[in-house]
Design a protein around this ligand. Structure first.
Ligand SMILES: Nc1nc2c(c(=O)[nH]1)N[C@H]1C(S)=C(S)[C@@H](COP(=O)(O)O)O[C@H]1N2
Ligand SMILES: [Mo]
Length: 414
């Protein structure tokens, strides 16, 4: 199905300014709750050298790959905010868009083609005709926590720890408000979104992802704001598809086209990447995804994080308040978060704070009495559909997608 619109109008405008790396902005440090008293230096991650600055980002992100840009948020920063400031938000590009590293690039004309029964090409500014809505939600890379699979057998790709995730507020217009007047073609089961950007290897096609139309029509946004500000080019501005409850990869940045089809796109990022085996693999086993043996990475599984204290911290024996967050795909509700300090023999339930939206993360806390010694805390969450985080990562796979195994945090207690 050939696209009628040449993408040049959009791509050429952004490529006017080359990627600029600017002076780092100061780390954000004031808005945080008082951290647990520690007897030793901060967690190892906080002592890493700052990365070279990226416009609008704290220099303290962990840089995995510079091009295409992949950087994550250390938990020591992530835990300071219920809504993650944009300066701390991780970045995961499969394809970079020239000019998107400079903060101003998202302004100006940008054309978006939408194909329902009728097709329409819009200037992004025309989206202002529709009501503006906002959704607080978790944005998480399917590769988040990939490094944890390494306990069983190494996996390929950037070795993300647990910080390719955030809780942010996207604003924009409801996809349904824009699509419904165009008519939904009979037999259309999937929505395919295409983003601008340049492949880093020859022969790679444009970035395209498909999601099930009926499941997302009422919740997806054409997002133009992030945390109340105009959506920066780095995060997909001027317009991005946002699919609450779905993994980050489905939230297509620099959106140029949307179509409604009977089948998913046969693009590389849908058929060769971001696929999960339908039957369990043994750790280390090779896997070539096909449409028969795999599924796309869509809805997020229930997951929790413990971020206070952090791995490697030394605590005083006695009562310790543990804190973190947990979330689901927004279809099922978060039921519980529980912690074990005896290797899973017993679990204690944490207190959950209320939800800002079904798609947002929920802070939890639990006060435990810890005796002196080397300790390992295990944390897991469960949802209203009966899913509980598995002890080991949910289905080891060679690309390390969708890890939601029980988090294990080693501490010294004195
Ligand atoms: N056009 C485009 N959209 C994209 C990507 C990309 O490479 N190109 N990466 C995806 C992936 S894998 C993730 S996890 C999220 C990351 O969003 P962020 O960089 O705003 O945090 O964007 C998604 N949208
Ligand atoms: Mo991702």
């Amino acid at each position: 199905m050939p696209w009628t619109l040449d993408m040049c109008a959009n791509a050429c405008r952004l490529s006017g300014s080359a990627a600029t790396l600017t002076t780092p902005v100061a780390p954000l440090g004031d808005a945080m709750p008082t951290p647990q008293e520690t007897l030793e230096a901060p967690a190892p991650e906080a002592t890493a050298a700052p990365t070279t600055g990226i416009a609008g980002k704290t220099p303290w992100l962990t840089l995995h790959v510079r091009a295409p840009l992949q950087c994550e948020t250390p938990l020591s920063l992530l835990r300071q905010h219920r809504v993650t400031p944009t300066a701390l938000l991780y970045v995961r590009n499969n394809q970079d868009l020239a000019g998107s590293f400079s903060a101003a690039a998202a302004a100006g004309p940008w054309r978006l083609e939408l194909r329902g029964t009728r097709s329409v090409t819009l200037e992004v500014t025309e989206l202002k005709r529709y009501p503006l809505v906002e959704t607080e939600m978790v944005l998480q890379c399917a590769g988040n926590s990939r490094a944890q699979y390494g306990r069983a057998s190494p996996v390929s790709g950037a070795q993300w720890q647990d910080g390719a995730v955030a809780n942010v507020v996207f604003g924009g217009v409801r996809l349904a408000d824009v699509l419904s007047p165009l008519g939904i073609p009979k037999g259309a089961r999937y929505l395919t979104a295409r983003g601008a950007g340049e492949a880093h290897e020859p022969d790679l096609p444009p970035f395209e992802r498909s999601v099930p139309l009926a499941d997302v029509l009422d919740t997806a946004l054409l997002a133009t704001t992030l945390n109340g500000e105009p959506l920066s080019a780095l995060h997909g501005g001027p317009v991005r598809l946002v699919v609450p409850g779905y993994f980050g990869v489905n939230n297509v940045k620099w959106l140029t086209h949307i179509s409604l089809d009977a089948e998913t796109t046969d693009g590389f990022y849908q058929t060769a990447r971001y696929r999960l085996p339908l039957t369990p693999l043994a750790p280390g086993e090779a896997f070539e995804p096909t449409s028969e043996n795999s599924r796309p990475s869509w809805r997020m599984g229930v997951k929790s994080l413990l971020w206070e204290p952090l791995v490697g911290e030394t605590l005083r024996a006695g009562p310790v308040t543990l804190r973190g967050v947990a979330w689901t795909d927004g279809r099922s509700a978060l039921e519980f978060v529980e912690v074990s300090h005896d290797g899973g023999s017993s679990w204690q339930r944490a207190e959950l704070e209320g939800a800002a939206s079904p798609y947002a993360w929920r802070p939890w806390s639990l006060t435990l009495t810890l005796e002196a010694g080397e300790r390992e805390l295990w944390v897991r969450a469960g949802d209203s559909a009966g899913n509980v985080q598995p002890l080991e990562g949910a289905g080891w796979n060679p690309a390390g997608y969708e890890f939601n195994g029980v988090q294990r945090v080693r501490l010294s207690v004195r």
